[in-house]
Design a protein around this ligand. Structure first.
Ligand code: PSU
Ligand code: MN
Length: 302
């Protein structure tokens, strides 16, 4: 038996005819990532952004035991309502157990994308090293997946409540270039800058495409491109700081661990920012989808 990822007609046609394709994860579009109806709006805006820039979106997910890239509209509905998070290590068991519907994380999406030769992936924020990881050991599988799979990952930094200096250290250890899109600093999700330096600043899509093409030609793994949230969507840094504090205090109060943490922190941040965090999240995801599609198009000619 040779395992094959299931593709939609549109994605298969794009792959067969050498069109630009951008893979997208499904956890951010499920209720694990965004509340309804913002999750559906995020999905529609990301899809439109990818198409407008001349590429085909390939949403990854688990559906009826199949690992999918590209899904039809009624399946999209099921993904929006999914509450099962599927990371890279869960893919094979999802197949064996015929999981009905699973929302893929960044790590799972990179496995699916690279199995099909899709070279570009867009998301909001990647997972990384959690605060207190020296005690809990909680480091997202996303980091290792970026290192292992030859896919360019476009994100607005990492999840807002992680330990960013340690996340960047880990990426350095894993030999992942951390590129800044028209910036010298690693973005911090709701904020345009974390104040931490990227390994290299790049100002145009051709240079990004050359970096990634060189890596894939050398048999190295993926590349991370940090794209700052659009200026008009950025949240006031002091509001973000207070919101993060409130979110992390809630985690402590409820003694949450592992996967339970993200939904609670995100809900708490939304409350503490007076609902500002949701439109910010949508704006940055859409912007990342645009840049990712532009790089995917540039990769066709380098
Ligand atoms: N960033 C967010 N919200 C999220 C995620 C990232 O702001 O829900 C999701 C992504 O799917 C990412 C995953 O791949 O969380 C990482 O989860 P973990 O830390 O459990 O590896
Ligand atoms: Mn984790």
């Amino acid at each position: 038996m040779k395992y094959q990822v299931k593709t939609s007609e549109e994605v298969q046609d794009a792959l067969d005819t050498g069109k630009a394709v951008v893979a997208l994860e499904s956890t951010i579009f499920s209720n694990l990532g965004l509340p309804s109806p913002s999750n559906e709006e995020a999905l529609n805006r990301c899809f439109s952004a990818v198409r407008k820039a001349g590429a085909v979106p390939a949403l990854t997910a688990v559906l009826d035991g199949d690992l999918c890239a590209g899904v039809n509209p009624d399946a999209q509905e099921r993904i929006l309502e999914s509450t099962t998070k599927v990371a890279a290590r869960d893919l094979s068991t999802s197949v064996a157990k015929k999981l009905s519907v699973g929302a893929t994380t960044v790590s799972a999406s990179l496995v699916i994308a690279s199995a099909l030769g899709i070279e570009v992936f867009a998301t909001g924020g990647i997972g990384g090293v959690h605060r207190g990881a020296d005690v809990t050991g909680d480091i997202s599988a996303d980091l290792l997946a970026i290192s292992n799979h030859p896919v360019l990952v476009v994100s607005a930094g990492a999840k807002s409540f992680l330990d960013l200096p340690k996340t960047l250290e880990c990426l350095e250890t894993l030999s992942v270039p951390v590129l800044g899109w028209q910036t010298d600093f690693f973005p911090a999700f709701y904020l345009r800058s974390s104040g931490l330096s990227v390994s290299s600043r790049l100002d145009n899509v051709t240079d990004v495409a050359i970096v990634h093409r060189t890596r894939t030609n050398l048999g190295q793994g993926g590349t991370l491109l940090g794209v700052p949230i659009p200026i008009d969507a950025e949240i006031d840094p002091s509001v973000v700081a207070t919101a993060l504090e409130a979110g992390l205090a809630e985690v402590e109060r409820l003694s949450l661990k592992g996967p339970e943490i993200t939904p609670v922190v995100l809900a708490s941040i939304s409350k503490a920012t007076g609902g500002q965090s949701i439109p910010a999240n949508l704006a940055l995801a859409e912007n990342n989808a645009t840049v990712a599609a532009q790089v995917a198009v540039a990769l066709l000619s380098v």
